[in-house]
Design a protein around this ligand. Structure first.
Ligand code: HEC
Length: 260
């Protein structure tokens, strides 16, 4: 008897712990649930397929093509919004690689309107955002994988926007040349011309690919350097090498006619 009492007495202290018994209610939380809901985006161990195309942009070790998320209007809007926040400072709103930071001397960012990038698989854009590319930092911390795919999808829309033919417009649609629109809108001469860059801009891509940026001396590193990085700024003509007469400085005193 004495032994039983003594044992029960010992047990009480451990018995009255402030703990939640599984599936039992509580007055502590307003919902009355002691089992808490999962934190958003929680992934149970072994349940994330980190090697999948969705997370890597790679198929069989190579950049894959195709969008691993549904292509909806919401996807495009999300992509546009994220692109305008994170990419336009360098790539500009139209994706020509001459954003505000570049106009002030940062290395020209990729121009999405070259044949090489028009033909690049969608996974290329995803891996560039995921891993960075040359002078471009990666955006994996700022953009979730789904957001990176949405931005990649939006880049495809940008590519079409700068390369559309009159035949792409639905019958009856109104087509007008950009210079004519600029003139009608009372913009200064040269507004619709290719964008000029300051002579301080430094050209080069990691592998010396043509990034289609105005004045970039492609594949011609200065003699003796053998390097593509940090090519002399003096090689910059300040003008796009792809057609069009050099644009005259605009009359309002600012060197760049475009907002960005
Ligand atoms: C801080 C400036 C900066 C920002 C912001 C930036 N980039 Fe870039 N990006 C660059 C530069 C610079 C290059 C060219 C790399 C080089 O020359 O070293 C580049 C190149 C690229 C290329 C071309 C790769 C190739 O194959 O030539 C793609 C695609 C690209 N960026 C996508 C993006 C996307 C999408 C975003 C937004 C999530 C973004 N970039 C944000 C600077 C930037």
């Amino acid at each position: 008897m004495a032994a039983t009492l003594a044992l029960a007495g010992c047990r009480q202290d451990m018995h009255n712990q402030p703990k939640f018994i599984p599936q039992r209610g509580t007055t502590f939380f307003a919902s009355g649930r002691s089992v808490r809901p999962q934190v958003e985006n929680t992934v149970a161990r072994n349940q994330m397929d980190a090697d999948s195309y969705f997370y890597t942009g790679l198929q069989g070790g190579k950049e894959g093509d195709g969008l691993p998320i549904p292509l909806t209007e919401a996807t495009m809007e999300r992509g546009q919004e994220r692109f305008n926040i994170y990419c336009t400072p360098c790539h500009s709103r139209v994706g020509n690689g001459v954003g505000m930071i570049v106009q002030r001397g940062y290395r020209p960012a990729g121009n999405f309107h070259t044949d090489r990038l028009r033909n690049a698989p969608l996974g290329h854009f995803f891996t560039v955002m995921t891993n960075g590319y040359g002078a471009m930092p990666d955006y994996s911390a700022q953009l979730t994988p789904a957001d990176r795919w949405a931005v990649a999808a939006y880049i495809r829309a940008l590519q079409l926007s700068q390369d559309a033919k009159p035949s792409d417009v639905a019958a009856g649609g109104h087509v007008q040349e950009l210079h004519a629109i600029a003139k009608d809108a009372g913009m200064p001469t040269g507004f619709a011309d290719p964008w000029a860059l300051p002579s301080t801009a430094v050209y080069g891509t990691p592998n010396g690919e043509d990034n289609g940026i105005p004045g970039q001396p492609m594949g011609t590193p200065p003699p003796g350097t053998g390097a593509h990085y940090g090519q002399a700024a003096t090689q910059n003509s300040g003008q796009r090498n792809s057609g069009g007469a050099p644009s005259a400085p605009v009359s309002n005193g600012t060197p760049y006619g475009q907002p960005y």
